[in-house]
Design a protein around this ligand. Sequence first.
Ligand code: PEP
Length: 262
Amino acid sequence: MSSLKRGPFVAGNWKMNLGLGEARALARKVVEAGPDFGECTIVLFPPFTALGTVAGAIAGSAVGLGAQDLFWEDQGAYTGEVSAPMLRDAGCTYVLVGHSERRQLFGETDGTVNRKIKAALKAGLSPIVCVGETLAERDGGRTLDRIDDQLALGLADLPTGEIGRIIIAYEPVWAIGTGRTASPGQAEEVHAHIRGRIRESYGNESAACAIILYGGSVKPANSYPLFREKNIDGYLVGGASLDAGGFVDIAREALRACREKT
Ligand code: PEP
């Protein structure tokens, strides 16, 4: 599978929300706004139960489908789990890995993140790997160290060339679902650091092409100033992605900033 192309990318993480009727309606509204998105990639991440419904609702459009998690084995006696080949079968091309809610509430570690990334890649899925510091880590001046650990352990021993199929999402834990957003400067510092680490490990071309998303209380009002920063390529949007109008406006604002920056 070929590398991803760098460009504005807006992902909507619906978390554990929406029944099938609501999911279908929201996906259709996003698709209907689609012609306005231009070169901006839009991907929806419904809960597992709604993957089939959303796959149907976005069929034939440019909107993509992703899952919120996966298990690293392909099949077997793993009650409650869903594998990468199953997600491919359901129409997914992306999967979130290591979201802070998985890390904090369900015991996800950098080791399990690594196994999940490898399973996703093997099945032809592009993983969106979430990294980010807690408020205590930021206040203690340990933000960049925490990011380094998550990248080093999470991306350990990847097959050559696979970095081009991975998206990194910087999501400061203190900004997720809190209404508190990192300032453009705070986000840019970490994004530039992540790109620098990719450069050190995988070379200039991989760093130049890498898609690095920001996540944490993104709304239409902060999309433009964040996207103006050099190393911010898009967003992982939680709460605001449940409203089609707001989600679409975030993408439009990102696109407006992108056109001014290039
Ligand atoms: C997220 O779920 O990844 C997220 C960033 O949530 P919110 O936009 O609600 O902060």
